[in-house]
Ligand binder design. Structure first.
Ligand code: FAD
Length: 426
C-alpha cells in the first residue's frame, strides 16, 4: 500500500483554505520535508494526513497503531501528556476481558501491547484456557507506566505522529474529508484528513459536528485512584504492596469539558486529603486525573441493546467480540450487575461505530452506540481496544479507496484485521 497515493489530489476540497504557515514536525515521517522557521516562532502547523485519531486513550492508541501499520499517514491528537487514557492516566490498569469460557476472544494490537507490557515487567499472564471463578480474575494487571511508554514506542514504529496537549477547536467538511483546526499551548494546528476516528471517550468530535449523541440524566460515578500506607506496586496482583489501588467514588464525575473534569479532580483529591488526615497513613500514590465511567455515547447507524448484548447476538457486520457482565455503578454499589449466561459472547457491529447519517467519521471506545445497560458491558478495555483496531483498519481502507467506511466490503476490513492478529466473530 503506497502511503503517498492515499492523498493524491485529495485535499483539493480544502480550496480557499488560508494556511498561515506550512511546515512540518521533526517527528515521524514528516521530517525531511521543507520546514519554515515559523514553527518555532508563530506556532502554526499544518498536517495533511489520511487518518486523524482524536484521543490517545485505551481505544485511540490502538486505532492509530493499526492505521499506521496498515500504511496510512496517521496523526494522533491527545489533550493529556501520555497515551493510554483511562488505562494509564486514570489508573485503571487492569484491562479485561480478552477471554471467556476458556478461550481468547480479543487479540490483535491491544493484546500485543498488554502482553508485552506484562512480559517486559516480569509479570504473569492469566491462563485463558481456564474459566475463572470470578470474571475479574482474568483481567490483566499491567504496569501503567510501562504500558504508556510501550504505546509510544509502537506508535513511533508504526509511523504515527503524536500531538500531545492538543484538541480540536473547529471542524469543517471538505469535499474529500475534513479540515480540523486544533489548539494547544503555543501551537495552532490545521489538520487536513480523509478520515477521523473519535476516541475521546465521550464522543467529543461527534458532538462538535452536531451529530446525535445519547446521554442519561444520571451518570455513573467516576473514581480517583490512589494508594495509602503501602507502596504502589504496579502490575502486581499479590505480594508486598498490592497492584490494586484504593478508590474514591466521585458522584457525577463527567468527562465532557474542562469545567466538569476540573470539578471531578478537585473533589477526588479533596477526599484523598481527608482520608490521609483521618487515617494518618502516608499517601504513596495518586493518579494525576480522575477516571470517568460514563458521559455521552453516539447514536450510530445501529444501537446495540442490552438484549443484543446479553443474548450474544452475532451482528451481520460484527467486527469484534466483547465480554463483561452488564456492570452499571450507582453510588458505591451497582445499578445493575448481570453476569452473562454460559457460552454467551456478545459482538460489536461496525454500524455501532459510525454516527448516524455521517460520512468519514467513526468512533471507538466507551462511546459506542449502545443503550445504557449494553454500554455497561461494552465499555471495558479489551472491547475498547478491539473497537479501536477495527476502526483503524476501516479508516485506512476507506482513505485508500476514496470512500466512507460504511461502503467498504466487510470482508476487506475483516481480512486486514486478521492480517494484524485480530479475532473476527464467526
Ligand atoms: C474507575 C473505573 C474502573 C473501571 N474498571 C474496569 C475494569 O476493571 N476493567 C476494564 O476493562 N475496564 C474498566 N473500566 C472501563 C474502562 O477503563 C473504560 O471504559 C475505557 O478505558 C474507556 O476507553 P476509551 O478509549 O473510550 O476512553 P479513554 O481511555 O478515557 O480515552 C479517551 C482519551 O481521549 C482524550 N481526550 C478526551 N477528549 C479529548 C479531546 N477533545 N481532544 C484530545 N483528546 C481528548 C483523553 O485525554 C483520553 O486520553 C473502568 C473505568 C473506570 C472509570
Amino acid at each position: 500500500m503506497k502511503r503517498r497515493n492515499f492523498l493524491k489530489g485529495s485535499m483539493a476540497g480544502a480550496a480557499g483554505l488560508v494556511v498561515a504557515s506550512t511546515t512540518s514536525i521533526a517527528l515521524g515521517r514528516e521530517s525531511g520535508k521543507k520546514q519554515k522557521s515559523a514553527l518555532a516562532t508563530d506556532g502554526n502547523v499544518t498536517n495533511k494526513v489520511d487518518v486523524l485519531v482524536v484521543g490517545g486513550g485505551t481505544a485511540g492508541t490502538i486505532a492509530a497503531i493499526q492505521a499506521g501499520r496498515a500504511g496510512a499517514k496517521t496523526l494522533l491528537l491527545e489533550r493529556n501528556s501520555q497515551l493510554g487514557g483511562t488505562t494509564t492516566t486514570g489508573g485503571v490498569s487492569f484491562p479485561g476481558l480478552f477471554d471467556t469460557w476458556g478461550k481468547q476472544i480479543i487479540a490483535g494490537i491491544g493484546w500485543e501491547l498488554v502482553r508485552e507490557s506484562v512480559e517486559l515487567d516480569g509479570g504473569k499472564l492469566p491462563d485463558f484456557s481456564k474459566v475463572p471463578q470470578r470474571h475479574w480474575m482474568n483481567q490483566v494487571r499491567v504496569n501503567q507506566f510501562l504500558y504508556a511508554i510501550l504505546a509510544e514506542e509502537k506508535c513511533e514504529q508504526a509511523g504515527v505522529q503524536i500531538a500531545y496537549y492538543e484538541f480540536p477547536q473547529a471542524i469543517t467538511k471538505t469535499s474529500k474529508g475534513w479540515q480540523v483546526d486544533c489548539a494547544g499551548f503555543g501551537t495552532r494546528r490545521r489538520v487536513l484528513c480523509k478520515q477521523i476516528i473519535d476516541c475521546t471517550g465521550g464522543a467529543e468530535v461527534v458532538g462538535m459536528l452536531n451529530l446525535p449523541r445519547l446521554r442519561e440524566e444520571e451518570i455513573q460515578p467516576g473514581s480517583m485512584l490512589f494508594k495509602l500506607g503501602k507502596a504502589n506496586n504496579p502490575g502486581r496482583p499479590n505480594g508486598p504492596g498490592s497492584g490494586l489501588l484504593d478508590c474514591y467514588y466521585i458522584d457525577g464525575a463527567d468527562s465532557t469539558n474542562s469545567r466538569t473534569v476540573t470539578a471531578a479532580n478537585l473533589k477526588g483529591r479533596k477526599a484523598v486529603l481527608e482520608k490521609v488526615r483521618a487515617t494518618k497513613k502516608r499517601l504513596m500514590h495518586m493518579q494525576p486525573e480522575a477516571s470517568f465511567r460514563e458521559s455521552y455515547r453516539i447514536e450510530g447507524e445501529t444501537v446495540i441493546t442490552v438484549d443484543d448484548y446479553t443474548s450474544g447476538r452475532v451482528f451481520e457486520d460484527a467486527i469484534c467480540y466483547a465480554f463483561y457482565p452488564v456492570d452499571v455503578h450507582k453510588g458505591t454499589g451497582f445499578d445493575r450487575l448481570e453476569h452473562l449466561k454460559p457460552g454467551i459472547v456478545p459482538t460489536i457491529p461496525l454500524r455501532a461505530l459510525i454516527p448516524k447519517d455521517s460520512r468519514n467519521i467513526m468512533v471507538a471506545g466507551r462511546c459506542v452506540s449502545s443503550d445504557r445497560y449494553a454500554n455497561g458491558g461494552l465499555r471495558v478495555q479489551a472491547s475498547c481496544m478491539a473497537m479501536g483496531q477495527a476502526t483503524g483498519a476501516a479508516a485506512v481502507l476507506a482513505a485508500k479507496n476514496g470512500t466512507t467506511p460504511l461502503k467498504l466490503p466487510l470482508s476487506e476490513i475483516h481480512n486486514l484485521l486478521r492480517e494484524h492478529g485480530a479475532i473476527i466473530p464467526t
